[in-house]
Design a protein around this ligand. Structure first.
Ligand code: DNO
Length: 391
């Protein structure tokens, strides 16, 4: 596999010079300054590509070329936005950047309720607490009938929490779910947001009446439009799974498990319509057997996120060691290296450790924590390469 790293552009305090020193080969990035829905010009793409190459690295993967909200809910400006998407894709293809990750999660991208969960060894990890999330849904968003999505036992705990939670804790929860986790990856929540809850509810309202079947139709429409362009320019599109992999806040999510992935790959049956195999997202759903999914979909996988989670039956989960947890990364590397060798992979959601705690990295994107994970995964890769050479 190719060792890549998500880099947030020239403003990232983790520089390309640092990355080449730790064994990174390829860069995963995006034109972060271009507003969602605008065209990525050939000039802007080649400028950044040349900059990356001047450090002896290559721009391996785009993450993400974002899909505008109105393509997802089929708004009135969908056609114009699809045209722009195709132009951006063709410009990427012309510039020689051939792997493009995107997601189709309505309103909200990945979700965590605690970004600094202290572990016994003194490091910090990311955490999802179902009861706190349900509290956010029922008591902060005040979504109509939200309580129907939770069991009576869960609602009992949510109501208990309501008696003790402080205003500071409430604000922290809003800040975590909406501002901190979304701000750097999700255009809906970029910049200085004054009223996050109001904004969030306005976005939720756009999806009234859109169920799983309708969202699937909208994804299919998107793919039918853009895949021919991807084919023409030799670009592999790869959708990122839902994190966590199930419906949330009354919103459908449609890339959550085997049946969804099978549907999407058949919806437009082209090799250019593929998957970002995010072992972390998939492993946080107890319904997913991650190595089994890798066996099933390795041939249509174009990009791999190697991270793992520990999930429990109460609906909570947290990032696990890259050598443990439900992601089974050792087995995944074996499967991918045999079935579809050389895929770009990046480690993800490193813990916060040592000097990381003094920096202001994007949540999940620490330097030392990710470097540590990359070293672990490099060990797995070397072991698997040795296994393959001996057989
Ligand atoms: C969070 C990431 C996601 C992912 C996007 C891809 O850390 O896993 O933001 O990059 O969903 O489009």
């Amino acid at each position: 596999m190719e060792k890549t790293w998500r880099w947030f552009g020239k403003k990232d305090e983790i520089t390309l010079d640092m990355l080449r020193q730790i064994g990174v080969e390829g860069i995963v990035t995006a034109l972060h300054d271009v507003p969602n829905g605008e065209i990525w010009t050939f000039e802007a793409i080649t400028d950044l590509k040349n900059y990356i190459e001047s450090y002896g690295l290559r721009w391996s993967v785009v993450e993400s070329l974002p899909v505008s909200e109105s393509i997802k809910y089929a708004g009135t400006d969908r056609e114009r936005l699809l045209e722009n998407y195709k132009i951006s894709l063709s410009n990427l293809g012309k510039a020689g950047i051939k792997t493009v990750c995107y997601n189709f999660m309505p309103v909200i991208d990945w979700i965590r309720t605690d970004l600094n969960r202290k572990m016994a060894d003194g490091t910090y990890t990311l955490y999802f607490d179902k009861i706190r999330f349900a509290y956010f849904d029922c008591y902060i968003l005040n979504r109509t009938d939200a309580f129907k999505d939770y069991t009576a036992e869960e609602m009992e705990q949510v109501n208990e929490l309501n008696k003790t939670i402080t205003d500071a804790e409430k604000n922290e929860l809003i800040n975590t779910i909406i501002v901190k986790t979304q701000g750097f990856v999700n255009e809906n929540f970029k910049g200085d947001i004054q009223k996050p809850v109001e904004l969030f509810n306005q976005l939720l309202a756009l999806y009234k009446g859109i169920d799983k079947t309708q969202l699937r139709e909208n994804l299919k429409y998107f793919l039918q439009n853009v895949i021919p362009t991807a084919e023409e320019y030799g670009v592999n599109l790869c959708i990122h799974p839902d994190d966590p992999p199930y419906a949330v806040l009354g919103l459908p999510r449609i890339v959550s498990g085997a049946e969804d992935i099978e549907w999407l790959l058949k919806a437009v049956d082209s090799p250019n319509n593929g998957l970002t195999f995010c072992a972390g997202s998939l492993s946080s759903g107890l319904h997913n057997d991650v190595p089994e999914l890798a066996r099933q979909f390795s041939k249509r996988t174009h990009f791999v996120h190697l991270r793992s989670t520990d999930a429990t039956t109460d609906g909570n989960f947290m990032e696990a060691s890259h050598l443990g947890g439900r992601g089974h990364l050792i087995e995944l590397v074996r499967i991918f290296e045999r079935e579809n060798p050389g895929l770009p992979m990046r480690v993800d959601h490193g813990k916060l450790m040592l000097d990381d705690v003094h920096k202001s990295y994007n949540p999940g994107y620490s330097f030392l924590g990710r470097m540590y994970a990359l070293a672990q995964v490099s060990g797995i890769m070397a072991t698997v390469a040795d296994e393959i050479n001996r057989t």
